[in-house]
Ligand binder design. Structure first.
Ligand SMILES: [Zn+2]
Length: 68
């Protein structure tokens, strides 16, 4: 018996748009675009943050190891 479970909706809880059966993605087109933008921004933020943290970590490690 075919049930409603065959109907897939956008994974975005605030969207829940019904996706076409042959749609390959978990999010609808609009959410994917939004998500892509957000991911880009997040990566940018993480990238800058990680670089800062990494350089501080390197300074601490090298400072601790090589300072006598
Ligand atoms: Zn959506």
């Amino acid at each position: 018996m075919k049930s409603n479970s065959d109907i897939r909706v956008c994974k975005n809880k605030e969207c829940q748009k019904i996706l076409p059966p042959d749609y390959k993605h978990k999010y609808c087109e609009a959410c994917r675009n939004k998500h892509a933008q957000m991911t880009k921004n997040v990566f940018k933020g993480i990238g800058v943050g990680a670089a800062g943290v990494a350089s501080i970590a390197v300074m601490i490690v090298t400072g601790g190891r090589f300072k006598k």
